[in-house]
Design a protein around this ligand. Structure first.
Ligand code: TRP
Length: 334
């Protein structure tokens, strides 16, 4: 069976951008692939090292979101990254294969450095996270990596590292393929290019109906419409875009009504609230049932660590042998 490895930084609860970017794919593909899902806490610390409790608190949160979204622990393995010293070890050796200039050209890293305002005090750990992400993937020798499209540069670098390693030391690693979800990158309701917790524009999988109402009703309203009978502008309207996902069947009708001034923004938002809530409600309910059964959740994580160590240790062994530094021959008694 081919393998999947993918993951998330545990810096907050998961939102619908995560869902349509890759979580939905993982849920569907867990039947066809041996699936590993990594809670990337060590990566999360690279830009949250001063607030470790934030990362810690979100381990269980993210696990609950996975289970609620339909990740089935009897099919997929949830792994905590920092519990895999195997990944840290591979990262050290992969660092030799990547230049500073190469990471500097990674558009996602570039964008994040700007957005976080690191400037001159850019931590080396943050700058190097694409290399450790390559180790996440290659430690499992994954064939496929379901991700949001902002992660494509990371997968490209992972493929390069695998290729270089194999060329220099011999075939150990698979060159993984990325798989971007149906809505590669979901925009925020504020129209920002990316939904994210740090941009404060996310709708969470655990949001209550009240929270959904608050967020949707606060979305940008067309300022050119003094009266609701004025013609609207669906192009560029996030509420309209979201209808495309949550009200797909009648998006065309919504467009026509809006253009003709037959659909007020408030009514349009109310409909979106209903459909968004209909999508989130079953996830929210499943989450609540897992919240009442934390022993089960913890057991999932413990088993994931065991399985993850087993799989990654095998791959690491091969890599060390290929690099001729396992020293079994030198150290064994003759
Ligand atoms: N960088 C990813 C994100 O921010 C999370 C991640 C960590 C990941 N390790 C990974 C994704 C390995 C895919 C594969 O969303």
């Amino acid at each position: 069976m081919k393998r999947i490895l993918t993951g998330d930084r545990p810096t907050g609860p998961l939102h619908i951008g995560h869902y349509f970017g890759s979580l939905q794919d993982r849920v569907n593909l867990q039947h066809e692939y041996e699936t590993y899902i990594l809670i990337a806490d060590a990566q999360a610390l690279t830009d949250n090292f001063e607030t470790p409790e934030k990362v810690r608190d979100n381990i269980i949160e993210v696990t609950l979101d996975y289970l609620a979204a339909g990740i089935d622990p009897s099919r997929a393995t949830i792994v905590i990254q920092s519990k895999m010293p195997t990944i840290a070890e591979l990262t050290v050796y992969f660092m030799n294969l990547v230049t500073v200039a190469r990471v500097g050209r990674n558009p996602t890293v570039k964008e994040e450095i700007k957005q976080k305002g690191f400037g001159e005090s850019l931590p080396l750990g943050f700058f190097a996270y694409p290399v450790s992400q390559a180790a996440d993937i290659l430690a499992f020798n994954a064939d496929l990596v379901p991700v949001g499209d902002d992660q494509l540069p990371m997968i490209e670098m992972t493929r390069e590292i695998a290729r270089d390693f194999n060329r220099i030391y011999g075939e150990v690693f698979v060159e993984p393929q990325p798989k971007v979800g149906a809505f590669g990158r979901m925009k925020g309701l504020d129209g920002d290019a990316k939904m994210s917790k740090s941009l404060n524009n996310a709708i969470y999988l655990k949001d209550s109906k009240k929270e959904i109402i608050k967020k949707v009703m606060a979305a940008y309203t067309d300022p050119t419409r003094a009266r609701k009978t004025d013609p609207g502008h669906p192009a560029g309207c996030m509420v309209f875009d979201y209808h495309g996902i949550f009200t797909a069947a009648s998006q065309q009708m919504i467009r026509d009504e809006c253009l003709k001034g037959q659909r007020g923004c408030v009514q349009c938002k109310r409909e979106l609230v209903e459909n968004l809530n209909a999508f989130i409600a079953p996830i929210r309910e499943r989450r609540q049932s897992f919240e009442c059964n934390l022993d089960f959740v913890k057991d999932v994580l413990r088993k994931g660590i065991d399985k993850g160590l087993q799989v990654t240790s095998g791959v690491l062994d091969k890599a060390l042998q290929a690099m001729k530094i396992d020293y079994r021959d030198i150290l064994s008694e003759s």
